[in-house]
Design a protein around this ligand. Structure first.
Ligand SMILES: [Zn+2]
Length: 170
């Protein structure tokens, strides 16, 4: 450590103790040239945790469990393998941390979950989307549903599970 008095770059540690419940190490040092004493503190670098910016502008730490909860709720009792749900959440987490360094808007997370659910299970997708868009824009959800209904394959059967007002008819 460079001496703050004479800038000599050699010292000896004369005392070392933990502070702040062991999160900080405080070291008393003595310059080998001018023999004056100074103190250094060593602490673990704050891990840069991804923050999620919610719609109201507040920030919360990214929480994988919350994403998983939403996915599990949307999947309900659908026959979807547990590992597919976990893998979906892993992918979302990976993509989000890759794309956003420090802060990710919550909608970016919601939209990714939706995209992936759409590929995994259409009913789970609609459930998630209807939950999600309650807080977003209703018109947008209607557009999503139209798009869903316009898709071919087995999707129209599943759309019939839902009434025109969006309520479930199981
Ligand atoms: Zn010195």
């Amino acid at each position: 450590m460079v001496c703050p008095y004479c800038e000599h770059n050699d010292d000896k540690v004369i005392d070392s103790r933990a502070a702040d419940g062991g999160r900080v190490v405080r070291r008393r040092r003595e310059c080998l040239k001018c023999e004056r004493r100074f103190t250094t503190y060593e602490r673990v670098e704050e891990t840069t945790r991804l923050m999620v910016v919610k719609r109201d502008g507040t920030r919360v730490p990214f929480n994988r469990e919350n994403v998983l909860k939403g996915v599990l709720a949307a999947c309900g009792k659908r026959a979807i393998p547990e590992e597919s749900k976990q893998a979906l959440v892993d992918e979302v987490e990976e993509e989000i941390t890759r794309e956003f360094e420090r802060e990710a808007p919550s909608r970016a997370i919601g939209e990714r979950v939706m995209q992936k659910l759409a590929n995994l299970d259409k009913v789970a997708y609609v459930r998630f989307a209807s939950e999600y868009y309650q807080f977003e824009n209703v018109g947008q959800f209607v557009e999503e549903l139209k798009e869903l209904d316009a898709r071919p394959k087995d999707m129209k059967d599943q759309a019939r599970l839902f009434g025109s007002d969006g309520t479930k008819r199981e």
